[in-house]
Design a protein. Structure first.
Length: 425
């Protein structure tokens, strides 16, 4: 059966693929040991649509134990899905064994376990390339290519669907999304990344099975959060998620009512992240979570049209806790988020000589960026970010003059009122 779907005439975009040197060595070595070996998944898909491949994954009929024996610099990882990492210095190539949907009664180590909802919770049943291909989610991800002999295995017409720019499921998408609910998110991510339309049946499956994301581990949801929002398509992905009613599974931003500031803040945060990715600037999930949750924190902490500090500090843990129920928030980000939230108060108060210490704070730049986003969402503001921009870029003597001028301006006023009116209504 494999021969009928093999071709030695792949599209030129695949023929010209710049394969990672370690991946090539692994392919050659596996073939020398008389195993089948192919590049598979994202690297083949991206090359096909003229995107630069990043992760070079390999699929083979060698078992994890056989792969481990062949490559000394390797390790078997995973219990739920066993695979092998072959490494060379800082470089890692993921090598997986062809999987089957059938369980071998002769080998107790091979098993597929599903929960009552149909989600696969363990899958270590080995099979053929045809069976492995049937197990993959979308046709454009079920392309197997060997760049050494230019062999392409494409039994589900992935090349044709890529040409038509449509994302098509392998098998019944309702059942496939039950097996792995994250496929709903993957469908949206691939569609925006590749500029594809989502097939009608896949759309229906997202609507019907999206609620199953509740059963996915928070660690895996955090991984999907990063892939959706930190790779240059954050805004497009969020809008598409919102369209399908799935954004609520990734960000705990809702306060129970529609707020124009909240929506504007989320959009600005996502646009800012996309712009930074485009300019090769650093982006972090911590900052994005802090920015997207800020409207919720401000609203919960409001009292008499200002931020109540007692409520504010109490609700920081509350908001992060709600987010952690959706996506894991690594410990390194927990303190980071609270720091830049706390600095919002200090950036507004500017008490005494405190601003001199703030500009030296390791989180100052991130906190200033969040303040900038907040002001961009408000038609009329008091120029707080403009003041801070001048302050951080002037001499010590000029800083002293700015603080003296601020002190004189504040005499007889209530300058300890925190928050912008638009964000706490």
């Amino acid at each position: 059966m494999i021969k009928s779907h093999l071709t030695k005439k792949p599209p030129n975009s695949l023929r010209n693929i710049k394969t990672d040197s370690l991946a090539l060595d692994i392919l050659k070595t596996l073939e020398q040991h008389r195993f089948q070996a192919f590049l598979v998944g994202g690297c083949v898909r991206d090359a096909l649509v003229n995107l630069s491949p990043k992760d070079f994954d390999i699929a083979t009929d060698a078992t994890p134990e056989q792969i481990r024996k062949i490559f000394k610099a390797s390790r078997i990882i995973g219990k739920r899905f066993k695979l092998v990492h072959v490494f060379q210095r800082q470089k890692i190539i993921e090598v997986s064994t062809f999987r089957s949907s059938k369980v071998s009664v002769e080998d107790e180590d091979q098993e597929i376990l599903k929960d009552p909802q149909g989600k696969i919770v363990r899958d270590n049943s080995w099979g053929s390339i045809e069976e492995d291909c049937q197990r993959r989610d979308f046709t454009v991800n079920a392309l197997y290519f060997n760049p050494i002999n230019n062999l392409l295995f494409d039994p589900h017409h992935g090349v044709e669907h890529a040409k038509d720019k449509i994302l098509v499921s392998i098998g019944n998408p309702l059942r496939r999304f039950e097996e792995d609910p994250v496929r709903s998110l993957r469908a949206i991510r691939f569609a925006t990344k590749l500029g594809f339309k989502i097939d009608k049946e896949v759309k229906e499956a997202i609507y019907q099975k999206g609620h199953l994301l509740n059963s996915v581990s928070t660690a895996r949801m955090f991984d999907e959060f990063n892939k959706l929002f930190l790779q240059g398509k954050a805004k497009d992905n969020y809008l598409k998620l919102d369209e399908f009613g799935l954004s609520k599974f990734l960000i705990s931003s809702k306060t129970g009512e529609h707020q124009s500031f909240q929506r504007e803040m989320i959009m600005r945060s996502l646009e800012n992240t996309d712009e930074r990715v485009k300019n090769n600037q650093s982006v972090t999930a911590g900052f994005l979570i802090a920015a997207m949750l800020w409207p919720k924190l401000a609203k919960l902490s409001s009292d008499n049209e200002e931020i109540n500090l007692k409520k504010f500090y109490r609700n920081m843990d509350f908001c992060i806790g709600h987010q952690m129920a959706l996506t894991a928030v690594p410990r390194r980000f927990y303190g980071y988020i609270k720091d830049i939230w706390t600095l919002q108060i200090k950036l507004q108060s500017r008490l005494g000589k405190q601003p001199l210490k703030l500009v030296a704070h390791p989180r100052f730049r991130a906190a200033f960026d969040l303040l900038l986003l907040r002001e961009q969402c408000i038609p009329k503001n008091d120029g707080l970010t403009e003041w801070w921009f001048k302050f951080q870029n002037c001499s010590r003597a000029q800083k002293a003059q700015m603080l003296e001028k601020l002190y004189e301006k504040r005499k007889g006023t209530n300058y300890k009122k925190f928050g912008f009116s638009e964000e706490i209504r």
